[in-house]
Design a binder for this molecule. Structure first.
Ligand code: ADP
Ligand code: ADP
Length: 228
């Protein structure tokens, strides 16, 4: 993924100056990478992810995902990526298996293929034994792993996660890290946002640090850690 001079100004209402959430961000994430976007609250992480996943309109600049320009060919770009939002947003009165199969169906995956993929993804997320439970009864960590499994149902080349472990305790975080490592090892590029340095340190090969809409440092994790 390649981002060039990305800017975003939110409208703050009549007679008020806009909120400059991104002030000219450029970034390159290579295929196969595990990349962290690290920064404090309000830095612009959600905005950046929102733009990359076509939920937020950019003000200027460009984003290409494996060569596809997201503003020129939004649908093609969307097919290349899976998104794991911060909030749990599946119907908790459905069963995990149905959540995954229906999601894939929405993206045009034939039902039989969707069932095969759902088993694979539920196993990888260590949720196969919960496939037929009411998802409302899953723990917080299981619900988040289910969201990762769901995003993988379309076989994205790029998986984007917004603060995947915000507010979850360390045991649950470790379980999610394991799932994400397996997904990356199988070839999917991962970008996540986090405000936990520890999380970036454990998972990612490369990172960028964003503060008040500007990238203040970026590069390989090891080189950056040595400078901190
Ligand atoms: P995060 O740390 O994930 O950005 P926030 O609490 O800052 O969480 O924001 C939660 C949601 O509210 C996000 O979808 C964000 O885009 C939106 N939001 C944040 N700040 C504002 C604002 N000033 N006006 C309107 N929406 C906002
Ligand atoms: P982060 O995810 O790093 O916490 P955000 O991208 O949510 O940061 O927010 C960056 C800045 O943009 C903050 O000042 C936030 O208040 C503002 N912002 C985010 N979403 C909106 C929105 N929908 N409308 C207005 N301002 C917003």
């Amino acid at each position: 993924m390649s981002i060039h001079d990305l800017r975003k100004t939110y409208d703050a209402g009549p007679r008020k100056p806009g909120i400059e959430a991104l002030k000219g961000v450029s970034l390159d994430v290579a295929e196969g990478d595990f990349f962290a976007l690290l920064g404090p609250n309000g830095a612009g992480k959600s905005t950046l992810i929102g733009i990359v996943s076509s939920l937020v309109n950019l003000s200027s600049g460009s984003v290409r995902i494996f060569g596809t320009d997201i503003t020129r060919d939004r649908d093609a770009a969307m097919r290349l990526m899976g998104l794991v939002p911060q909030e749990i947003n599946f119907n908790t009165f459905e069963q995990p298996l149905d959540i995954l199969v229906n999601y894939a169906g929405f993206y045009g995956v034939p039902r039989e293929e969707a069932i095969v993929r759902a088993e694979e993804e539920l196993r990888r997320a260590q949720l196969w034994d919960k496939a037929r439970m009411m998802s409302r009864t899953l723990s917080g960590g299981m619900k988040r792993r289910l969201m990762i499994a769901r995003a993988m149902m379309t076989r994205p080349r790029l998986l984007i996660l917004d603060e995947p472990t915000a507010g979850v305790d360390i045991e649950i975080r470790r379980g999610m890290w394991q799932t994400l490592r397996e997904i990356n090892a199988a070839g999917t590029t991962i970008i996540l946002t986090t405000h936990y340095l520890e999380e970036a340190e454990h998972l990612c090969r490369n990172l960028a640090i964003i503060d008040r809409g500007t990238i203040v440092a970026s590069g390989p994790m090891k080189a950056l850690l040595a400078r901190l």
